[in-house]
Design a protein around this ligand. Structure first.
Ligand code: ADP
Length: 509
């Protein structure tokens, strides 16, 4: 097997705050079939070690064998704890790596209790963002680079496990490709941008704590408007850069989407690739989904039953037009603020809307205001509810994704799979995965959704009008629903693209 080390701050099924975790958790399984042994390095947050099976033995880099690694609270008892480093000055204390498996994924957990054993999510606790996130994720990146340099001594194994490729994700792992370059290690690296809005920006005073070479603090290094950006460090030093759709890769060259790093993307254009995410089509399968009345493209009757159930669940009355759903973080990125100015005509024409989301307080209040304004036609649930989201895709006629930018987006893919026609803005992965209804696509029998541009309330109003008209043409609508359901958005295609890139970078056949 060819070897690749993936490093990220979250991975399904251990810890998830967004689409990043889905990708990191899905890739190892999808790549295994192509001969890649992918291991995933993540921080040992509370609860991670307990979930690894079998109880993880400590492993160590071949170059730094040692004793005295500190044991995390609740860490499994194992003999001879081995440390990755024991220098108390390095990121505030010692760290070790524990190897185990969860859900078929080979996990390397970076156990450094002083950094990761804290209540709350991966980035914040009860009092907000952790003050030392830069150090916490620099340590993760450092560990990844050390494993790539030295290899891991496997328990009972003769030869250390040393990756041929290091694959880093987002700003949290951005320093890993940089450390490799600064140390002169010849393991090729890839940095994947899941969202350019998160740039790992901290003040220059942290430079020494993050172990960044002074000479790199300049425009063609990791310096970013007088600060440090760990994402920029990765973008400047990785051998290849990927992002999660071809369109987003192009968009990132413009200030509107590149958010200050467009110059770096232009500079590295030859190394930038867009590879779409996939979806887990065993979890997202309307024929077998336990949360719904099953149905298929060939037999859609179950969908009407799911629609009725959904109307009841959201306390909606009669909805004579299309029933639209929205499942989203409620933030400006997602274009939620366009709704109040765009719904009147749609509701008057018979449409209904069910919203599930959580996020910014102003946005939660705003969508609740819509339910009050359109009683019986707009229903809102605030929160994060995976099961409900399945019932919504199964019961909805269409799913709205009016994002201002969308690196890939998953909900439009779930919509396609569930015959819940996507109504999307023409940005990023949305533009790459939905074929918008137009005279041309109608003539070719190719449309799978409704695509609008620019991202404003006027264009959204018109898109909702097109939705109402398209829905009224029952035959044409059924054909569009079925076309979408038959498109394949599983992981195989994405994994093949990543595998080909790994092969090219590592000089494999
Ligand atoms: P992002 O990562 O920017 O939030 P994506 O579309 O890539 O956007 O991924 C969002 C994921 O989170 C999808 O799987 C979506 O179904 C899910 N999701 C978002 N909000 C909710 C919610 N309130 N309840 C259940 N699932 C949600």
């Amino acid at each position: 097997m060819k070897r690749v080390l993936s490093v990220a701050s979250e991975a399904v099924p251990l810890v998830k705050t967004g689409g990043l975790a889905d990708v990191v958790g899905a890739l190892p399984g999808a790549l295994a079939g192509q001969g890649w042994d992918m291991r995933v390095l993540i921080p040992a947050y509370p609860g991670v070690l307990e979930r690894l099976a079998p109880p993880p033995p400590p492993v160590t880099t071949t170059a730094v064998p040692g004793k005295g690694g500190r044991r995390g609270k609740g860490a499994p008892q194992a003999d001879a704890p081995a440390v990755l480093w024991s220098d108390p000055d390095l990121f505030g204390g010692p760290a070790r790596v524990l190897a185990g498996q969860v859900g078929g994924v080979q996990v390397l957990a970076l156990d450094a209790p002083h950094l990761y054993d804290r209540p709350g999510g991966p980035y914040s606790g009860p009092a907000g963002d952790h003050w030392d996130n830069a150090e916490r994720f620099a340590a993760l990146s450092w560990a990844a680079a050390a494993i790539a340099r030295d290899g891991l001594a496997e328990p009972g194994g003769d030869t250390p496990w040393r990756p041929q490729i290091l694959h880093a994700h987002d700003w949290q792992a951005g320093l890993a490709p940089a450390y490799l370059k600064w140390w002169g290690v010849d393991v090729p690296s890839i940095l994947t941008i899941h969202n350019m809005a998160f740039q790992g920006r901290v003040g220059p005073a942290k430079r020494a704590a993050l172990r960044l070479p002074a000479e790199g603090f300049q425009r063609d290094g990791y310096e970013f408007w007088g600060d440090i950006s760990t994402l920029k460090a990765g973008l400047m030093n990785a051998d290849a850069i990927t992002t999660v759709s071809p369109r987003y890769a192009e968009e990132l060259m413009r200030g509107e989407f590149g958010l200050g790093l467009e110059g770096v993307i232009q500079l590295r254009a030859g190394a930038v690739h867009g590879i779409l995410n996939g979806i887990d089509d065993t979890v997202w399968n309307p024929e077998t989904d336990p949360a719904i009345t099953p149905y298929s493209a060939a037999r859609l009757t179950g969908k009407a039953i799911n629609r009725k159930a959904l109307q009841a669940e959201f306390n909606l009355g009669e909805v004579p037009g299309p029933l639209l759903i929205l499942v989203s973080r409620l933030t400006p990125q997602k274009g939620i603020d366009l709704l109040p100015g765009a719904l009147d005509g749609f509701i008057a024409a018979g449409g209904g809307l069910a919203i599930l989301g959580s996020g910014d307080p102003w946005a939660e209040e705003m969508v609740q205001g819509l339910a009050a304004r359109f009683p019986g036609r707009v229903g809102v649930k605030i929160g994060y509810d995976e099961g409900l989201s399945h019932r919504m895709f199964a019961g909805g006629d269409a799913v709205l994704v009016p994002s201002r930018f969308e690196p890939c987006g998953l909900t439009q893919l779930y919509g396609l799979r569930y015959g819940c026609v996507p109504v999307v803005s023409a940005v990023g992965g949305l533009a790459d995965t939905v074929i918008g209804l137009s005279p041309a696509t109608e003539a070719a029998g190719a449309a799978t959704g409704i695509v609008f541009h620019p991202v404003d309330d006027l264009a959204l109003r018109q898109a909702l009008q097109r939705l109402t008209e398209a829905w009224a043409d029952r035959k044409g609508w059924a054909a569009m629903v079925k076309r979408g359901m038959r498109t394949d958005w599983g992981w195989a295609r994405s994994a093949a693209a990543y595998g080909a890139l790994y092969d090219r970078l590592s000089g494999q056949p």
